[in-house]
Design a protein around this ligand. Structure first.
Ligand SMILES: *Cc1c(COP(=O)(O)O)cnc(C)c1O
Length: 221
């Protein structure tokens, strides 16, 4: 099947409250343009340099999502245009995003990445650390970011049961977030979970945003 056919068949089956991020990392601009021409406007990349290059070459009505781990010293390159940063996992990084957003006179939407997988190689916060960030005076004073929700990645495993357990755990944290008072920089509406192999399960567990790469663009080398 073509990129267009893959994309349309995934979109067709999505409930209306679920947003599709087309994960285009490593793929050439011509592949992204095929998805763009089929109506896709949200693309996810995991390297800032690659995202910045593609942003320069492509139409300006695209929303660029940074889904990878972000190094503090590279935030400045994406700050002028990035629309959502999925992988924020420290107060330090949030502070840098706030600072660079301010320089660009804008507000940058962020998702806090939670540690839900069994593997300890995966990045992410524990719930106590999440609450510590949200309750800190530093966070309360940040005016150029908005925490729009949470992101998580399940363990790389064939066990559906395991993945479901981790997604449900993340949904539980997301639900408890709703009890924190809403502020101008805190509106938890988005739960980013699910990739090519597990997005249907993620949706059944409450995901509102899925990040799908290989099922649209084919496998990466
Ligand atoms: C690469 C990547 C995806 C997409 O993975 P696929 O299995 O190709 O759908 C989703 N989320 C993150 C954080 C990624 O790095």
């Amino acid at each position: 099947m073509s990129i267009k056919e893959n994309l349309l068949s995934i979109k067709e089956a999505l409930p209306p409250h679920v947003t599709l991020v087309a994960v285009s990392k490593t793929k050439p601009v011509s592949d992204l343009m095929e998805a763009y021409d089929a109506g896709q406007r949200i693309f996810g990349e995991n390297k800032i340099q690659e995202m910045t290059d593609k942003h320069e070459q492509m139409p300006k009505d695209i929303e660029w999502h940074m889904i990878g781990h972000v190094q503090t010293n590279k935030v400045k390159y994406m700050a002028p245009f990035v629309s959502l940063v999925h992988g924020v996992d420290s107060l330090k990084l949030l502070k840098e995003i706030n600072k660079q957003a301010k320089k660009n006179n804008r507000v940058i939407n962020c998702l806090l990445q939670m540690h839900i997988a069994e593997e300890d190689t995966k990045f992410g916060l524990y719930e106590a650390e999440l609450n510590e960030i949200l309750e800190s005076d530093e966070f309360k004073q940040m005016e150029n970011i908005k925490v729009a929700g949470l992101m998580g990645m399940a363990t790389f495993t064939d066990s559906e049961h395991q993945i479901e357990k981790e997604f449900s755990y993340l949904k539980g944290i997301f639900d408890r977030l709703q009890e924190h008072p809403e502020k101008s920089n805190f509106k938890p509406e988005t739960l980013s979970m699910g990739m090519s192999g597990d997005y249907k399960l993620a949706i059944s567990c409450g995901s509102t945003m899925i990040r799908v790469g290989s099922s649209i663009f084919g496998s990466r080398h």
